[in-house]
Design a protein around this ligand. Structure first.
Ligand code: HEM
Length: 309
């Protein structure tokens, strides 16, 4: 068997697909910054002792982005959208969430994620990805198929404020009696979910998402409810390509309020590494190998971009 893919090899694979954009993230490159606050609810306390849900108002730095390493990707592209959050807790500890508007991952393992990038890299002679390699990737990686199926009907959102954002992975919530619950979470927009129509997608310019958020914030703050889904015995724990059944018990555990939005250059979110393993006591990762691999991969990208590479 081949040795497992390393974080450095993974970042090189991104660079082979998208090129190197000096000083920029190797994935989710195009983005913008926002700020606001989060207030957690007591309703979370049966599941977690995390200080996120103490009821205190916590400052948040947010980043919105498009999936992929192309800094010029149009806002109409049928790629993932994301919202990343950095919460500052009363004692100064940080908590990160880096979420997608798509509820599932395209890979159950880092190896599938890597093989996907290798299959999509432009061919040296044609400058285009080789369709045969992409076909072969799909045939040999059944864990990539649920996302491929999901994307056949996918439409990107009409604004950052009209999108859900999912934590995607399963996480452990640990309460004050040390009892662990398996949970997934999402942020549900109080403005409602609104996707683009195909006609809008054809007509809109390459850049409209950031301005729409700035315009929306002139009318007042934008809010999302944080919703927990509670897993039951047998729900997928370490494989984020698989949805849970839709009728799992749900609990509203907090409200995110965003009040300002700015370009990413020079703003606070630009130099944050939204490492999903930066978590406060009371929330812990599962053994999902993709979740665990994200942290060292983001560190390689972060190190490069901060040093101007
Ligand atoms: C092995 C699988 C994955 C790899 C190798 C990977 C790689 C990366 C890299 C290199 C970055 C840029 C990091 C930086 O320079 O700050 C990034 C950003 C991001 N990734 Fe992943 N990723 C993976 C899986 C996922 C999954 C499953 C999700 C689903 C939630 C996700 C969500 C995000 C988000 C939201 C960002 C943007 C963070 C920000 O705003 O700075 N990634 N990813």
């Amino acid at each position: 068997a081949e040795p497992p893919v390393t974080p450095v090899q993974m970042i090189t694979a991104f660079e082979n697909v998208f090129g190197v954009h000096k000083g920029e993230r190797r994935n989710h490159t195009k983005g913008s910054c926002a700020t606001g606050e989060f207030v957690g609810l007591d309703a979370a306390q049966p599941y977690t002792r995390s200080a996120l849900f103490s009821g205190q108002t916590l400052p948040v730095i947010a980043r919105f982005s498009l999936g992929g390493g192309n800094p010029q990707s149009p806002d109409t592209a049928k790629s993932a959208r994301s919202m990343s959050l950095q919460f500052t807790l009363p004692e100064g500890q940080l908590h990160h969430m880096a979420m997608l508007n798509i509820p599932i991952s395209g890979a159950a393992t880092p190896q599938t994620f890597f093989d996907d990038l290798v299959a999509k890299a432009p061919d040296a002679t044609t400058g285009q990805p080789d369709p045969e390699l992409i076909k072969a990737f799909k045939a040999t990686h059944p864990d990539s198929l649920p996302l491929a199926e999901y994307l056949t009907t996918y439409m990107p959102p009409s604004s950052w404020a009209n999108s859900r954002y999912y934590g995607v992975h399963t996480f452990k919530f640990i309460n004050s009696d040390d009892k662990t619950s398996l949970v997934r979470w999402r942020f549900e927009p109080q403005d409602g979910v609104q996707d683009l129509t195909e006609e809008q997608r054809q007509q809109l310019p390459a850049n409209f998402l950031d301005q729409r958020l700035i315009d929306r914030l002139e009318q007042g703050p934008v809010r999302w409810n944080m919703i927990l889904s509670l897993g039951v015995e047998g729900d997928p724990e370490t494989n984020a390509t698989l949805l849970w059944p839709s009728h799992r018990e749900e609990v509203t555990v907090g409200t995110l309020t965003l009040t300002t939005a700015t370009a990413q250059k020079g703003a606070a979110c630009e130099t944050i590494n939204f490492d999903p393993l930066i978590m406060t006591d009371g929330i812990a990762p599962t053994d999902d190998p993709v979740l665990l691999f994200r942290s060292p991969a983001y560190a390689v990208s972060f190190g490069k971009r901060l040093s101007g590479q």
